[in-house]
Design a protein around this ligand. Structure first.
Ligand code: LLP
Length: 421
């Protein structure tokens, strides 16, 4: 559930009317709900209790520092994939011992940065990377805690662009070679093996692929222990999906996911880490946009919004569905009509939905894209020199702009003209 509901005929984020925010901030804007972020984080901590665990929010899904502070204050850990994300987590006050560092291409500069600032563990993705961490940490005179990400060759049965657990994907080391790689890790200076890491993909709508992967990790834990490694931590990745099309999707719940973790790896006495992004942030955010024009085309009507693919790229990039709802509540019997919902960007790919049945809308009306909190604002760009979309955080009956819309002067000031021009 989330906290975006109609009240007195208009869509609210908690106790704040989205139309009121639109009046002061302008459209488009992202709006997040503190209560929903909190609730979703707690669903995971409840699902994993009483096992020792840390829920590391995958901040790639929504990385605004105010959101990270909201979750960090609740005790959340953070999963980061770049030096920049690490600095965001630190800026939110999250201590290094609650930050895990994932990603296939960590640079030596990034390694130094996180070793100086403190890190819970590196999730190592390859042997060359492991050797680089060993070199960097040894030169700094420190020991870097590591897990090694194994690729279990499991089909996550999700969109091909976000499946990561098959052997042809670039992620992790083949699970069949784990003994060899862990043996090398044990010999290298400057690193200490603390566990195993796995992540098979994103927006998984079934538990079965997780089950296959976690059973393989359980077997591997026993094998590596018998080979003398101190496997005390399992990072099981993120990936639990959310219902984007609320009328007909019901992915597994965090409590069912927690029960699966207990069933598959619960008897190993390991500390469990998970890295959920989307399930915490996705339904905690909406993108609010205004209708610029309704254009009657050949055999179809276009709803031309002031949000575009640069603000929310998921529909054009993955063919993703987002529920679109009018901000003013339609009458229960209101007639629907089909619209192609598009943005102003100059390419046909700038289409949010085709033939989407919606109540009749007119110029100036507001709509909200639901489930836009994850991989929305973080993937936005300034394509077509459209200012980066602002972000707003609601908490009960108040709200704050947590990233302002840049002015055109600020945008233009980032370009510099060489002296020869
Ligand atoms: N851990 C690792 C190592 C990951 O690569 C990811 C996501 C997560 C955790 C979090 O997964 P989640 O719980 O959010 O599913 N831009 C795409 C999604 C890319 C996911 C990348 N990795 C989208 O808009 O659907």
């Amino acid at each position: 559930m989330d906290h975006f509901l109609y009240r007195s005929g208009t869509l609210h984020a908690e106790d704040v009317a989205l139309a009121d925010i639109a009046r002061t901030v302008g459209t488009p804007f992202y709006c997040y709900s503190t209560a929903t972020l909190t609730r979703h984080y707690q669903l995971f901590t409840e699902a994993l209790s009483p096992m020792p665990h840390l829920v590391c929010f995958a901040i790639k899904s929504l990385s605004n520092v105010a959101v990270l502070k909201t979750l960090g204050n609740l005790g959340a850990g953070m999963d980061v994939v770049s030096g920049g994300e690490y600095l965001r987590a630190k800026a939110a006050g999250v201590p290094g011992e609650r930050i895990v560092f994932s990603g296939v291409g960590k640079t030596r500069d990034e390694m130094r940065l996180v070793l100086e600032g403190g890190i819970r563990q590196f999730n190592v993705e390859s042997e060359p990377e492991m050797r680089a961490i060993s070199e960097v940490a040894s030169a700094m005179g420190v020991v870097a805690p590591i897990t090694i990400r194994v690729n279990p060759d499991v089909d996550a049965r999700t969109h091909e662009k976000i499946a990561t657990g098959k052997k042809e994907n670039k992620f992790g080391i083949p699970i069949a070679r784990a003994s060899e790689v862990y043996a090398e890790a044990a010999r290298l200076p400057g690193i200490e093996v603390v566990g195993i890491d796995v992540h098979i993909g994103s927006q998984l709508t079934e538990l079965e692929p997780f089950e296959q992967a976690y059973l393989k990790v359980a077997d591997l834990t026993r094998r590596l222990r018998s080979e003398g490694h101190d496997i005390r931590r399992l990072d099981l990745g993120g990936g639990l999906g959310i219902p984007y099309q609320r009328s007909n999707e019901a992915p597994p719940l965090p409590v069912e996911y927690g029960a699966l973790i207990k069933r598959t790896v619960g008897d190993l006495g390991c500390e469990i880490e998970i890295e959920p992004g989307r399930l915490i942030s996705g339904n905690s955010g909406v993108l609010v946009s205004g209708v610029i024009y309704v254009k009657n085309g050949e055999g179809r009507d276009f709803l031309i919004l002031d949000a575009a693919m640069n603000d929310l790229v998921r529909p054009s990039m993955y063919g993703a569905w987002h529920d679109i709802v009018p901000v003013e509540e339609p009458a229960p019997a209101a007639e629907k009509q089909e619209y192609d919902v598009v943005g102003p960007v100059c390419e046909t790919g700038d289409t949010f939905a085709k033939a989407r049945p919606l109540p009749k809308l007119a110029e100036g009306d507001l709509v909200a894209f639901r489930s836009a909190g994850a991989y929305g604002a973080v993937m936005a760009s300034e394509y077509n020199t459209r200012p980066l979309v602002p972000e707003v955080l609601v908490n009960g009956d108040h709200y704050a702009v947590i990233r302002a819309r840049p002015t055109f002067d600020e945008i233009l000031a980032r370009d510099t003209i060489p002296e020869w021009l």
